[in-house]
Design a protein around this ligand. Structure first.
Ligand SMILES: [Zn+2]
Length: 440
């Protein structure tokens, strides 16, 4: 058994009592938190001690919707005139980029993004992957990157008819079978689908049949653009949630990403089916889309989480974007302060509770040892009543000095351990250049 002590830090437990310990310690055995508090240091015998004096210690963060494959788009401008709407963004950028990815691109785009996530204190990521030219085995490549960096992941492959009918079904089935056959909670799976606007009836039937046989939840974009709603209504005379219900897709382990254009009744259906809604505010703004009715969903007690949709791997800044966007959109400075922080810290934790066996997201004995140490010295009072202000206005800019994931120190002094960062960056640059040259 290995053990690690994080000593003398300002401990933000996010436990049930919401305890704040000004000078406290976190003791880790293997991949679990064993002890938290201001216990005498000589009561434990760690293999290793990290002194967190003058720094803030809190649970690792969770990203509930990411696209690691999008990493190499940074700085890339697709050929032709600028996309004028969401459909054109998909057609001119994402569907060309994902089609051009080869196996090495898939691996390196995941690896560098996961390194950045670890450096931003994110220790669990729910990913949604597409690489139609090399779909077979692509989730194994992403899994390899997760294991090398040391983070936890929930993976899926996005099925779509846009290139070939039912493309990606086999990869989901293969990967979910693999996950089911082994006793491992670091990497788990969902059945991924793109969005109703690129999925025909036959494909939806096949996805539903395969996923239900494997007892898997789904991960799908829904009502992200008006297009998704219109196409579904024109072709099938159904609202999007009704169409998903027709195939038994909603449920407690199903992630519905975006949900911007939901009617009140569809929000009721989210709740009555206990489905998970995950919002990506930066991505929605970037695509010139509208705003998810978060408060209306929260009022119905829908489990609402937050992801980055490939925009970054920085979760606190994403929660800050959610808070700012909703305030501006609603022209109401009273809303979304507590809600944005709860969504990041409590709801994403609850989502993981549905996808993984091991609890995480609080510094409490028995939880997965995902712990971060931020270079953050508060100069105003910090306690349970003020923490969210520190989170959105201070910690959002604080460097993460140490990230411990599953009991392993994966970032130290801001550097990813166990990976040759310089070599990975150099290889990514080569891969990105080559990828860009293949997109026309
Ligand atoms: Zn997405």
């Amino acid at each position: 058994m290995s053990s690690l002590l994080i000593a003398n830090g300002f401990i933000v437990t996010l436990n049930e009592e919401n305890e704040f310990i000004e000078k406290g310690h976190v003791y880790i055995e293997d991949d679990r938190i064993a002890k938290v508090g201001d216990f005498p240091l000589d009561s434990v015998t760690p293999d290793r001690t990290i002194d967190a004096r003058g720094r803030l210690v809190m649970p690792g963060l969770i990203n509930a919707h990411h696209h690691l494959y999008s990493t190499f788009a940074r700085g890339f401008t697709p050929p032709g005139p600028p996309a004028a709407n969401f459909r054109e963004i998909l057609e001119r950028l994402w569907w060309k980029l994902d089609l051009a990815l080869d196996a090495e691109d898939v691996y390196y785009s995941a690896l560098i993004a996961l390194m950045n996530a670890a450096r931003a204190g994110c220790t669990t990521i729910v990913d949604h992957h597409a690489s139609p030219s090399c779909s077979d085995g692509s989730l194994d490549l992403i899994e390899r990157a997760f294991r090398e960096v040391g983070l936890s992941g929930c993976l899926c492959y996005e099925v779509s008819d846009r290139n070939r009918e039912g493309e990606g079904i086999e990869e989901n089935v293969r990967f979910l079978r693999k996950c089911r056959e082994r006793d491992d909670d670091q990497i788990v799976g969902l059945f991924g689908m793109h969005a109703l606007l690129t999925l025909g009836t036959r494909t939806l039937e096949r996805c539903a049949e395969e996923a239900h046989a494997l007892d898997a939840g789904f991960h799908i974009h829904v009502a992200e653009s008006e297009d998704d709603v219109q196409v579904t209504f024109e072709k099938y005379q159904r609202r999007v949630m009704d169409r998903l219900l027709d195939f038994g897709i909603p449920g407690s382990r199903t992630i519905v990403a975006h949900g911007i254009h939901f009617e009140a009744r569809e929000m009721d259906l989210l709740k009555s089916t206990d489905s998970i809604l995950v919002n990506q505010p930066e991505s929605n703004m970037n695509n010139g889309l509208s705003v998810t009715p978060i408060l209306e969903c929260l009022a119905r007690k829908v489990l609402v989480g937050i992801g980055t949709d490939g925009m970054s791997s920085h979760m606190i800044s994403q929660a800050r974007a959610l808070y700012l966007l909703q305030r501006a959109y609603r022209r109401d400075p009273r809303v979304m302060f507590g809600e944005a922080c709860d969504i990041l810290l409590k709801n994403n934790r609850a989502i993981c509770g549905r996808l993984f066996r091991q609890p995480r997201g609080a510094l409490t004995p028995g939880h997965l040892a995902d712990v971060i140490v931020a270079e953050y010295v508060p100069f105003t009072p910090l306690d349970a009543s003020t923490f969210y202000g520190h989170l959105l206005f201070g910690l959002s800019f604080a460097p993460i000095d140490v990230t411990v994931a599953r009991g392993r120190v994966v970032v130290e002094n801001g550097t990813v351990t166990g990976v040759d960062e310089e070599a990975v960056r150099a290889r990514c640059l080569e891969r990105a250049r080559s990828l860009w040259s293949r997109i026309h």
